[in-house]
Design a protein around this ligand. Structure first.
Ligand code: ADP
Length: 388
């Protein structure tokens, strides 16, 4: 089955074409600056329909006459409704649109991508895979904020969590590496990219996660503050900052960038090794926050059988992993220094044999997870139609 995976943003459209039977990526790319004027000889792309024409042209050669069987979309917000990937129809598209207030930057862009495909290829099965879906199993004690009820009933203010596709995929592969069924896996998964979140997994399900109502809560990230005292926002408002300015400050000007002068982990580690105090401070604050979350989630899952690192920093930064693991000594965690230093695209164990909790590195692959989920939904829908 050939599946086209689409990640549609407000001004960009990322795509990847996968052959699921062969287990290969046929091609991938990005069309960006959608809606921006043409620049220096470059052809401008007016909207998502035009972007799709660019994608179609790029796919043409690779396809060599073969047909795309289905399209899988990464959709950011599935609200309380979507706990699984779904086959898209008009009602589903409108339901995704109704969630716009919860993800004002992302869901409208996802819908633009869905409509552009429906327009161009009306018979193409399309599947939505939601970034929040894996966290639909959070118990109320984990998703509820301690605020008056109307915030939830009128505005949907609760913890939703994000990066779900990645956390679920990585938890499944970690279970495999430990020789467990996914449903027997209890552990803590750490997705550390530009955005970062930790998830407490019990019996293969997400039972708590560090991102909340939005992706701002939780860990120290590339440019996001993560947890802060909410009164700081009130304080800044009283100083005269607008809500847009505060939003920008905490989402784009904070985190590692604010603490250490860069949101790139490589730059920070190099600077820290040269003795740069700001870079050291950034690593210190970020690794301490993360270690605290691991301790908390170890408790939440009733004793983790593994701590799993993934995404850009988690997969590549042996220095950051070591900083975190050092602070987990109280849990009996011990890294194997040599195993931690190995660079590899394979899932692997990086703790010492005596470690009380195994520490794993498991590369994430959200596109693969989306493609596989898409194929599963489409196959079962076709099966249902055939048996009717
Ligand atoms: P995104 O959330 O944008 O998908 P990624 O998962 O690609 O982000 O992660 C980006 C982060 O990974 C950056 O902080 C980057 O510095 C870090 N990173 C990528 N490669 C390496 C590497 N070889 N060593 C250390 N950090 C790395």
């Amino acid at each position: 089955m050939l599946v086209l995976v689409i990640n549609s943003g407000s001004s960009s459209l990322k795509y990847q074409l996968r052959d699921l039977d062969a287990g290969t990526v046929l091609t991938e790319g990005i069309v960006d600056r959608i809606g921006f004027p043409a620049e220096g000889g470059e052809v401008g792309v007016a909207d998502h329909e035009e972007a799709l024409e660019v994608v179609d042209a790029a796919l043409h050669e690779v396809l060599a006459g073969r047909q795309i069987d289905a399209v899988g979309h990464r959709v950011v917000h599935g609200g309380e409704r979507f706990g699984d990937p779904v086959l898209i129809d008009n009602e589903i598209t409108r339901a995704i649109e109704r969630l716009n207030p919860l993800a004002p930057l992302h869901n409208p862009a996802n819908v633009l991508g869905i409509r552009a495909i429906a327009e161009k290829w009306p018979d193409m099965p399309q599947v939505a895979v939601f970034d929040t879906a894996y966290h639909r199993t959070l118990p109320e004690r984990a998703w509820r904020y301690a605020v008056p009820d109307w915030l939830y009933t009128r505005h949907g203010i609760r913890r939703y969590g994000f990066h779900g596709t990645s956390h679920q995929y990585v938890a499944g592969r970690a279970a495999g590496l430990l020789g467990l069924e996914p449903a027997a896996f209890d552990g803590v998964v750490l997705h550390l990219g530009n955005g970062a979140s930790a998830t407490a997994v019990q019996g293969g399900r997400s039972i708590d996660t560090s991102m909340g109502f939005t992706p701002l809560e939780g860990l120290v990230m590339g440019t996001r503050s993560g947890d802060i005292d909410p009164s700081i926002l009130v304080f800044l408002g009283r100083l005269g900052m607008s809500s847009d300015e505060i939003d920008d400050l905490l989402n784009r000007e904070s985190g590692l960038k604010a603490l250490g002068g860069s949101n790139d982990m490589r730059t920070l580690v190099e600077a820290a090794e040269r003795g740069d105090a700001k870079a050291r401070r950034a690593l210190d604050v970020a690794s301490y926050r993360l270690a605290k979350y691991v301790g908390a989630y170890h408790v939440a899952v009733g004793g983790a059988k593994a701590i799993v690192f993934t995404a850009g920093i988690g997969e590549n930064s042996s220095v950051f992993r070591a900083l975190v693991a050092e602070q987990l000594g109280a849990l009996g965690v011990v890294l194997d220094t040599e195993a931690n230093a190995v660079r590899s695209p394979e899932p692997r164990v990086i703790s010492a044999p005596g470690s009380a909790i195994p520490v794993l590195v498991v590369p994430t692959d959200e596109e693969r997870a989306i493609a596989e989920a898409t194929a599963a939904v489409v196959s079962s829908a076709l099966g249902e139609r055939a048996s009717r």
